[in-house]
Design a protein around this ligand. Structure first.
Ligand code: ADP
Length: 396
């Protein structure tokens, strides 16, 4: 059965059509610059054909998806009725939307209700859900939340030490993010090791331009580095991760910066970009490190150190670590970052094999056979995870 996975952003739609349960990608692509004077559509099919449209306008998400369907009908499917379900990536489920679910009007309303917690993504998700309902009326939609995997985090790990009424009335707590990715690589790790995930403690490191680390105990997320928003925790491309919150009040008072300016500072001007004053791209900074550039070294040192700190903390949280997984853009592709991090994990009995670690984007064990903890690179596949969840829900 064919399942369409949609990931709607404010001006983009990423999509994959998968044959399930086999998990084969039949077609995939993305529409960019929706609502702008000229849009971009890239579409690839399983037979290797590639279409790139750069001279058309996509005023709305609906217009973009209509074009995608036109391309699918030109060879991939005979009728849109072949698409039996649509899986939607939803970034934030808030406190109420805790599990993958079939979408009806009440769910769309509930997703709309998460707006104050995620003003960036909610409007685009709601558009995607409504467009799917309109264009594919016979295909049920399923919402898969990035936050649901983290719903198992215990209260003492999700509460912030601020007045409790801010949790009760304003729902301020840790929600985490990248849940679908952490869940996917943790399950994959268990499969590779040939063990029941219930018997494993895994630390999953999703290190990309947005980064987070999760402690997965017996298959359940018990803590994660992102918080109320995807800003907390690790150093990211342009996001600061953990800082003393008083920095914000200090800047407000001494420089008169308002909430929007502070928001921009910590989300867009910080992280690797802010520290290096060169780039938010790890590849550029790695080149700098190789050449001995002081600014690149400074930024990457802070970046790597923060990862080590979280791995150490989560090892103590779980009491035992069986495996550490690296995934996402940097986790999959940077032997340098993995090497710098792992060489500081000796206390856990981690021993990295430099030759094995010299790999990019491939599923591979990078620890030595003598290492007390298995360290692996596992490419993430959020689309496949969403398609699997969708398949399970519609066939229940
Ligand atoms: P996103 O959070 O946008 O999904 P990705 O997981 O795609 O991010 O990661 C993007 C980041 O991966 C880029 O900013 C880049 O720094 C990093 N990256 C990609 N390839 C490499 C590489 N070969 N070496 C080091 N870093 C890389």
């Amino acid at each position: 059965m064919k399942i369409l996975v949609l990931n709607c952003g404010s001006s983009t739609v990423k999509y994959q059509l998968l044959e399930m349960p086999a998990g084969e990608v039949v077609a995939k692509g993305n529409v960019e610059r929706i609502g702008e004077p000229v849009g971009i559509l890239k579409h690839k099919t399983a037979d290797g054909k590639c279409v790139e449209i750069t001279d058309q306008v996509f005023p709305t998400h609906e217009a973009g998806l209509n074009k995608v369907f036109e391309l699918l009908l030109a060879g991939t499917v005979k009728s849109l009725d072949e698409i039996k379900a649509v899986g939607h990536r939803v970034v934030h489920g808030g406190e109420k939307l805790t599990h993958t679910c079939l979408v009806d009007d009440s769910i769309i309303e509930a997703i709309n209700g998460v707006y104050p917690l995620d003003p960036l993504h909610v409007p685009a998700h709601v558009i995607g859900l409504n467009v799917a309902k309109k264009l594919l009326p016979n295909a049920p939609s399923v919402a898969v939340f990035d936050t649901s995997f983290h719903q198992t985090i215990p209260e003492y790990a999700y509460l912030y030490a601020v007045p409790y009424k801010l949790y009760k009335e304003d729902h301020i707590r840790r929600y985490g993010a990248h849940g679908t990715s952490h869940m996917y690589v943790a399950n994959r790790m268990a499969k590779i090791l040939g063990k029941d995930i219930k018997d494993l403690n895994i630390i999953t490191c999703h290190i990309g331009s947005g980064s987070s680390i999760t402690a997965v105990e017996g298959g359940k997320s018990v803590d994660t580095s992102m918080g109320l928003t995807p800003l907390e925790g690790l150093v990211m491309g342009t996001r600061c991760g953990d800082i003393d919150p008083a920095i914000l009040t200090y800047l407000g008072r001494t420089k008169g910066m308002n909430a929007d300016e502070l928001d921009e500072l910590i989300n867009k001007k910080s992280g690797l970009l802010g520290l290096s004053e060169i780039s938010n791209d790890c590849r550029v900074l790695e080149e700098g490190v190789e050449k001995g550039d002081a600014a690149s070294i400074r930024a990457m040192n802070v970046f790597n150190y923060r990862i080590v700190k979280y791995i150490g903390a989560y090892a103590m949280v779980m009491g035992r670590v069986d495996a550490i997984v690296f995934t996402a853009g940097i986790g999959e592709n940077s032997p340098y970052v993995r090497g710098e991090v792992c060489k500081r994990l000796g206390l856990l009995g981690v021993e990295i094999d430099d030759e094995r670690n010299d790999c990019h984007g491939k599923e591979r064990k990078i620890s030595t056979d003598a290492s007390k903890v298995d360290v692996w690179v596992i490419p993430t596949n959020e689309e496949l995870a969403i398609a699997q969840e969708t398949f399970d829900i519609v066939n229940r």
